[in-house]
Design a protein around this ligand. Structure first.
Ligand SMILES: Cc1cc2nc3c(=O)[nH]c(=O)nc-3n(C[C@H](O)[C@H](O)[C@H](O)COP(=O)(O)OP(=O)(O)OC[C@H]3O[C@@H](n4cnc5c(N)ncnc54)[C@H](O)[C@@H]3O)c2cc1C
Length: 308
């Protein structure tokens, strides 16, 4: 099991799937990443709590993965445990008392696409602008995912989390310090669920708006290719894609990683690309943008794993 050695039998304290030496390239939209020593898919909060307590006792590093759609994992992979809450996959309408609003409970492992399907079917409006963003609801909350003027924080009422002692807490949205592609939900808590408030509307109208936003996304972003979405955050008052294009970086390559010709803030893995190539391209592009515009780009993609 990689380099992480356990002095206990993990099956004794845990329900859910356990994978050892699991290639992270199979769990990231970039298709990049070496093996994680242990990848765990707890099925309930008690199993998750037991994992946290055992990891602390054994001094094993723990990290979290949603859909892996904003993630660059190093070629050496991840030492310790990677935890996925894909089994936390329920969506329920918890309060539907007034004629205008509904409050949803959404497990952290629910895919954004599933949430959009649910909202469309039930005629619930407020997240149409986020249609087409891949990954999970938990990852979206951590990243405060957004597009076309909507951010997930706009509809969040509260977020349920577990801390590393296994204690469950619920935070209101205004306690979570949401910013542009950032939140106060950091490495020391795992997101268990979201409560989201949506407005009632006609299913056809909700579906129509989602289709419109997806069509706009498809026209401007290479969403069918292996990428992590935008590599860099937009600097204040400008767009990273515009700056990268203006610096002449469209089509630039490092090994099998290439700056997209459709949207310059997307880097595409053309097949077999490595994290080292991706980082090399990030550095080369940042340097060119700095030379051309004086602006220092800040990564949006999160890098995880053992450095080379
Ligand atoms: C084609 C494409 C298009 C995209 N378009 C957009 C866009 O329009 N707007 C946008 O904002 N983003 C976009 N993205 C980026 C990405 O989809 C979002 O950031 C998404 O919200 C990440 O969710 P995820 O579940 O994949 O998170 P991951 O990439 O798995 O993780 C992201 C971060 O959240 C943490 N995390 C994940 N789940 C949990 C949890 N349950 N508890 C605690 N921490 C957790 C991880 O440790 C990591 O730090 C795009 C990506 C792709 C590939």
């Amino acid at each position: 099991m990689g380099r992480t050695k356990l002095s206990f039998n993990i099956e004794d304290l845990f329900s859910g799937e356990i994978r050892q030496d699991e290639p992270m390239s199979g769990h990231t939209s970039l298709r990049i990443g070496g093996p994680a020593d242990l990848m765990l898919f707890p099925e309930d909060p008690v199993s998750l709590k037991n994992l946290f307590i055992a990891a602390r006792r054994e001094d094993i590093p723990v990290c979290f993965l949603g859909g892996g759609t904003n993630m660059l994992v190093t070629d050496r992979g991840i030492r310790g445990m990677v935890i996925s809450l894909r089994a936390f996959g329920n969506i329920d309408i918890t309060r539907d008392s007034d004629s205008e609003k509904a409050v949803l409970y959404i497990g952290a492992g629910v895919l954004m696409a599933q949430l959009h399907g649910f909202a469309k079917k039930n005629g619930l409006s407020g997240i149409e602008g986020l249609a087409g963003i891949p990954g999970t609801v938990g990852g979206a909350a951590v990243m405060n995912a957004g597009s076309f003027g909507t951010e997930i924080k706009d509809v969040i009422e509260s977020v349920g989390v577990m801390d590393m002692d296994g204690d469950i807490k619920r935070y209101k949205a205004d306690e979570l310090d949401f910013g542009y592609r950032s939140s106060g939900l950091q490495k020391d808590v795992i997101v268990l669920d979201l409560r989201v408030v949506l407005q009632k509307d006609e299913p056809d109208r909700v579906g129509g708006r989602m289709r419109e936003f997806i069509a706009r996304k498809r026209a401007s972003q290479p969403i069918g290719e292996a990428s992590c979405g935008c590599v860099f955050k937009n600097p204040h008052g400008d767009a990273a894609g515009r700056l990268i294009e203006a610096a002449g970086c469209k089509g630039m390559k490092s090994g099998n990683i290439e700056v997209s010709n459709l949207h310059a803030n997307y880097f595409i893995n053309r097949g077999g690309g490595q994290c080292s190539e991706f980082v090399e391209l990030m550095n080369a592009v940042s340097l060119k943008v700095k030379e051309n515009s004086g602006i220092e780009l800040e990564p949006e993609v999160r890098i995880l794993g053992e450095a080379a």
